[in-house]
Design a protein around this ligand. Structure first.
Ligand code: PA5
Length: 424
């Protein structure tokens, strides 16, 4: 379902020379014998997920169907990015079917909160709060304010229907609060970290509430499990990508720019940045993950990529068939001189821009390009793509001798912030 191409990457080592190291990393992952092995629950998740809870997710979505104008999804980091990436990729950016989805609890911005608060004032709302720890400050602050707003707007019974909590199965502030208030709860598994959790209730519940077919998502996820369970580099494109990253790093490339030509995939890039950045960036090591949406960013970052410091490579995340397409119209007067495109499909123009840019960056600019191609932006492809990137990331990071499943560095700013906020 996903194709991987290194023919534009100018790799100076042979990918297949890494077979032994990849087989070791694969074994560590599947046999839970590597660093961070408490957090590899996602490896078997395409088959081992809780089917009873999965049905509860679908039932909740069905029960609330048509009852809200706005779905508020309150969470941050791993409890936010996957759901947003999924919903934007599959529904597009201006989806006309209800509910509208607003993500909140992912910033301290007072302006952002107040604007959302004013916007939802007269709308029917459903709130899904997502936090494994239950104590993340951005999320907890937004949730308290939204809960109070909903308690003014709805009866206690109605709030119990409209507020759904996704958190630890047994412990934590949010679990206790939800149980006390009578909210339905969904589980973030103990052995799956935030950035690997999009196909647990963390992402599946918002997707289902937004009207996405999560059966199809899980079908693609399971297909990827089957296709990518062989450690042989000749048949495993996720592992080829894992190795290609390391080879390019050895060639002095310290940054990887994930490039998409679809604005509705910009959040996929944000999700991917967390996955790779938080998994790899520790002990003074790692490739900096950054992203761009072309052709938009060709008019801004394009100059740097073409002629700036030769520190980066691009990974193109391409889509074969767009969700929607149209034909460019002819114009009798042709005052804008655009008739040379008359009759062409809009997506064909996008693809020609991609081809021309690849040549400019690779050949003229000497910037290596890896190419990952997906068939479309639909449910099965999304599920498949998640597993592809999970495995590629974990193996790539094991090849660097780093634990892909912890994030010790993110606590440092919190300690300082809590001191300033006067938290005990
Ligand atoms: O990947 C991570 O661990 C983080 O991004 C967390 O998901 C994020 O900080 C949110 O944490 P929590 O779900 O505990 O609110």
């Amino acid at each position: 379902m996903i194709k991987f191409d290194t023919s534009h990457a100018h790799l100076q080592e042979n990918i297949f020379d890494y077979q032994q190291a990849v087989t070791l990393a694969h074994t560590q992952l599947h046999e839970k014998s590597g660093a961070g092995n408490d957090f590899v629950g996602w490896v078997e998740w395409p088959n081992s997920y809780d089917h009873e809870e999965f049905e509860r997710i679908k039932a909740a979505a069905k029960r609330l169907e048509g009852q809200c104008d706005v779905l508020l999804v309150c969470g941050i980091g791993g409890s936010y990015l996957g759901a947003r990436a999924a919903i934007e990729m599959m529904r597009g950016l201006y989806c006309q079917t209800k509910p509208e989805v607003i993500f909140i609890g992912n910033t301290f911005s007072s302006t952002y909160f107040k604007q959302v608060e004013a916007y939802i004032q007269d709308k029917e709302i459903v709130l899904n709060v997502i936090s494994k720890s239950g104590t993340t400050t951005e999320t907890a602050m937004a949730f308290r304010m939204l809960k109070q707003l909903m308690e003014k707007k709805y009866s206690k019974e109605e709030c119990q229907k409209r507020i759904l909590a996704t958190t630890d199965k047994a412990r934590g502030t949010l679990k206790e609060l939800a149980d006390k208030e009578g909210y339905e709860t969904f589980v973030i598994p103990d052995d799956i970290g935030g950035r690997y959790s999009v196909l647990t209730a963390v992402g599946l519940l918002p997707m289902a509430l937004a009207g996405i077919d999560i059966d199809a998502v899980m079908k693609g996820f399971a297909q990827a499990y089957e296709d990518l369970k062989n450690p042989d580099l000749h048949v495993n494109p996720a592992y080829q990508y894992a190795v290609a990253r390391r080879i390019l790093e050895n060639q002095g490339k310290d940054a990887e720019m994930l490039v998409t030509y679809e604005p509705q995939m910009a959040m996929i890039a944000e999700w991917w940045k967390q996955l790779f950045g938080e998994s790899e960036g520790k002990e003074g090591k790692g490739i900096l993950p950054c992203s761009a949406t072309f052709s938009t960013d060709l008019h801004s970052l394009g100059q740097f990529i073409q002629e700036g410091k030769k520190m980066l490579y691009e990974t193109l995340l391409l889509v074969e068939t767009p969700t929607l397409d149209g034909t460019f119209p002819s114009d009798g007067e042709n005052l804008d001189n655009m008739n040379y495109l008359a009759g062409k499909s809009l997506d064909w123009v996008n693809k020609m821009a991609c081809q021309g840019t690849l040549e400019a960056h690779e050949v003229t600019g000497n910037v290596p390009n890896l190419i990952i191609t997906m068939p479309d932006m639909k449910e099965e492809t999304f599920g498949y793509m998640c597993y592809f990137f999970f495995k590629a990331c974990a193996v790539s990071v094991y090849l660097l001798n780093v634990n892909p499943f912890n994030q010790p560095g993110v606590e440092v700013y919190k300690k300082n912030m809590f001191r300033l906020l006067g938290k005990n």
